[in-house]
Design a protein around this ligand. Structure first.
Ligand SMILES: [Zn+2]
Length: 531
């Protein structure tokens, strides 16, 4: 009886919570903040007074949202957000992966059959051909007969292409010529974007100083900046930074820029431009338009200065103000009843282990090259000839196909387990069958292009530069990210504490928009109230 009542209650609740909205949104703004840990919502919340404050006060916040795959990198993260499934099915198992057939490493979105648009750079030969399932943006374009306009922008190609999918109107990413694309999407840049690139060149952004946004005393006291990377053109890893000196010292003309708040500013500027020029959210269609934005400067600064640096905090305070500008524009020009925002992140990040260790935390740092040679030595000592060890990448070992491969996988696993920094190792067969949640993360994050043996360092340990930090593990600090839905159609704001998965975002949007779920979607529809 109790069960039956519970069922009826859940059934009624699900009807009321996910009823079709009276008015469908005319615009979906899908925001990914690269490397945004879930605790960034609360850790700096006293200092937020713009977009993050709006989201915290008025959004539907899922406080316990996690990735269900590992490795946790930018491309697999974005692909999971938009496909509603894991790398195991969408195919983007890492940013780069080793290809045993030719002994080379391939980039997840490289496509030699495309040509660059708006640039001469070979790095713009990109397409979504390796994304093996549809995205919710594909399904929207399909359902609307391409009437929906889907535009995706990021500093990184993977932040844009995974969002625009196979059928979106355009993905644009930044190179030193400005926002560019590939002929997969178009034969030439829209005129308005060509003009934008002329007036908004990187050099013009890199002037003046990057200093504390608000009084320094508001920022938590830092013990040292010893484990922050000093950018070329600066004398120390501390404010103020002279932006033109950083620009002059940067031979690539773009890398320094991407690690400053100006990297997010150019994305905001182009977002306001595309909203205006393409009239996003102003079409009289049954299906909405989409603006997908991936803010990457947060990831670059996290990599170089870590998760507790003043630079990282300042980057988020400025993003808070930048999002405020975006939300004001949307309210005034699209109308508060007509748009929804969904904000999440592609992965989190670890603490800098050397700094955390001083603070008494159980962490460890290793130089990647040292770790690899120690692993190699252990494997050879266990009796595996060196010629069979092909590659170490993405916390995996690739072995040469041979008659005794199955047995060899176990020997390599046991050899790795002898290493003091290794917490766990699995063969490919073990990750397929093990109920261990960490093994499942590996399974979800791999496919037949992955290596044969998988390993995990202890929590908090990273193999990286001594300064800054990285991500990629299956531990909480890398899997736990914010998920917030915001818009008038959701009515009052709510906090949701149940554990949800990032792959739930896509089927939830499919429900709100009244379209099919992406082809390999295996997430759940989130319990959002709809006005
Ligand atoms: Zn990163």
């Amino acid at each position: 009886m109790k069960k039956a009542l519970q069922f009826i209650f859940t059934f009624i609740a699900s009807i009321t919570l996910m009823a079709q909205p009276k008015t469908a949104p005319k615009l979906v703004v899908s925001i990914v903040v690269d490397q945004m840990r879930a605790d960034y919502l609360t850790r700096f919340s006293d200092l937020y007074q713009g977009g993050f404050k709006t989201l915290l006060e008025n959004g539907e916040i899922f406080w316990n949202a996690h990735y269900t795959h590992s490795p946790t990198y930018t491309a697999p993260g974005h692909a999971s957000i938009y496909t509603g499934t894991d790398p195991r099915f969408h195919g983007i198992i890492a940013n780069d992966w080793y290809v045993a057939e030719n002994g080379k490493t391939t980039y997840c979105l490289e496509d030699e059959n495309t040509s660059p648009v708006g640039t001469k750079s070979k790095y713009a030969k990109r397409s979504p051909k390796n994304i093996l399932s549809t995205t919710w943006t594909d399904e929207l374009e399909w359902a609307s007969n391409k009437k929906s306009k889907v535009f995706a922008f990021s500093l990184k190609d993977r932040g844009a292409i995974c969002a625009a999918g196979h059928y979106g109107d355009a993905a644009f990413w930044l190179d030193k010529s400005g926002f560019v694309s590939s002929n997969y999407y178009m034969s030439s840049l829209p005129k308005w974007l060509q003009n934008f690139n002329k007036t908004n060149n990187i050099k013009s952004y890199m002037s003046g100083e990057w200093d504390y946004l608000i009084n320094k005393k508001n920022y938590p006291k830092l013990l040292s900046t010893e484990f922050e990377r000093i950018p070329r053109g600066a004398r120390k890893a501390d404010f103020p930074y002279n932006l033109s000196l950083l620009y002059k010292a940067d031979t690539t003309e773009i890398e320094a820029f991407k690690s400053t708040p100006k990297g997010n500013q150019i994305l905001l500027d182009v977002a306001l431009k595309v909203l205006d020029m393409e009239k996003l959210g102003k079409h009289n269609n049954r299906f909405p338009d989409v603006l997908a934005l991936s803010f990457s400067a947060t990831d670059y600064i996290g990599h170089s200065t870590g998760i507790r640096s003043h630079e990282t905090i300042d980057m988020y305070l400025r993003l808070d103000r930048q999002l405020d500008t975006l939300f004001h524009y949307l309210n005034e020009n699209v109308g508060e009843d007509n748009f929804i925002v969904v904000l999440t992140a592609d992965h989190g990040a670890a603490d800098n282990p050397s700094q955390a260790k001083i603070d008494g935390m159980p962490t460890d740092w290793m130089a990647p090259a040292d770790l690899e040679s120690e692993f190699r030595e252990l494997i050879i000592t266990a009796g595996i000839p060196s010629k069979f060890i092909l590659n170490f990448s993405n916390d995996q070992v690739y072995l040469q196909e041979n008659d005794s491969l199955k047995n060899m996988e176990k020997i390599v696993r046991d050899a790795l387990l002898k290493h003091p920094k290794i917490a766990e190792a699995w063969t490919k067969e073990e990750i397929r069958n093990s109920p261990d949640p960490f093994a499942k993360l590996r399974r979800n994050g791999s496919n037949k292009s992955s290596g044969q043996v998988f390993y995990a360092l202890y929590p908090g340990s990273i193999a990286y530069y001594k300064t800054g930090t990285t991500h990629g593990s299956g531990y909480t600090y890398d899997t736990h990210v914010p998920v917030i839905f915001y818009g008038k159609i959701f009515g009052s704001s709510q906090n949701h504490i149940e554990r949800i998965n990032i792959k739930d975002i896509a089927p939830t949007l499919s429900k709100i928009l009244g379209i099919a779920q992406p082809s390999a979607c295996n997430g759940n529809i989130l319990p959002l109230p709809i006005n």
